[in-house]
Design a protein around this ligand. Structure first.
Ligand code: ZN
Length: 105
């Protein structure tokens, strides 16, 4: 007999008042994506909203891989894309100033 596990969805705070929200219903969009209907628990707010729950990468491969399911491998936690400090798109390292200094006005 298979051990029954309780399904516990991650808590998503209401985006308006930041109170706890409760999953009221969910539907499968694809085998890797579900949409959840959530209600804010703050009675003064009353927000009801939809969130998406999706499989995005593999940490440990399945021993029973299903044909057609392809996921990238990755770590559990990935640094946010905006955590690095990319070079500004308009930074030419002084090239424009160097060109301007050679121009005869
Ligand atoms: Zn709310």
């Amino acid at each position: 007999m298979t051990k029954k596990t309780l399904t516990r969805l991650p808590a998503i705070a209401c985006p308006h008042c930041e109170a706890k929200s409760i999953v009221r219903d969910s539907i499968e969009i694809t085998p890797m994506v579900r949409e959840l209907r959530l209600s804010c628990t703050n009675e003064d707010c009353g927000h009801t909203f939809v969130a998406q729950f999706s499989v995005i990468r593999t940490i440990r491969p399945s021993a029973m891989p299903k044909e057609g399911i392809r996921l990238p491998f990755g770590a559990w936690f990935r640094k946010s894309a905006n955590d690095d400090h990319p070079e500004p798109a308009n930074d030419d390292h002084g090239l424009a100033a160097a060109i301007a200094s050679t121009m005869i006005i």
